[in-house]
Unconditional design. Structure first.
Length: 151
């Protein structure tokens, strides 16, 4: 009887130990899959990133808005321009407005920053900056969402 109890305890302990080992292995596999997914997403973003000066981007939209919209749809933009102003939009989302050197131009670039980059809204008017984010279309101005300051 005592031998049977020992076998049962050892069997249960072995079974639980095996289960814990498998769970640890599954967690490691999930972490590896997450790292790979993040690396794939970053590679995809880099492949879709277009580096452009604000003045050139704005000129394309003034010349042929429809063609420019098709060209940049689904792309990430790395835009260098000049800060016209900064502020907070609906829900407190920080943003900066960029121009390409002409404050009187009818079209500007609205860069909606990630909340984590809220300190970046302390930029000064007239300061040259580079931002990176996803082209979000044109409403009254060009919109770039999820912007981070590259400097």
């Amino acid at each position: 009887m005592l031998g049977g109890a020992a076998v049962a305890v050892l069997g249960a302990g072995g079974c639980c130990g095996l289960g814990m080992w498998r769970m640890g292995s599954a967690i490691q596999d999930a972490q590896q899959a997450m790292k790979q997914a993040m690396a794939d997403a970053e590679a995809d973003r880099k492949a879709k990133t277009v580096v452009v000066a604000a003045a050139d981007l704005l000129q394309e939209f003034q010349n042929d808005p429809a063609a420019a919209d098709r060209k940049y749809k689904g792309k990430y933009l790395e835009v260098s321009g000049v800060v016209e102003r900064r502020g907070k939009g609906l829900g407190g989302a920080p943003f900066i407005i960029l121009h390409g050197g002409d404050e009187q131009a009818p079209i500007k670039i609205e860069c909606f920053l990630n909340f984590a980059d809220e300190d970046d809204t302390r930029l000064d008017k007239g300061q040259a900056v580079t931002v990176r984010g996803e082209y979000g279309g044109r409403v009254s101005h060009l919109q770039i969402r999820g912007c981070v300051l590259v400097r």
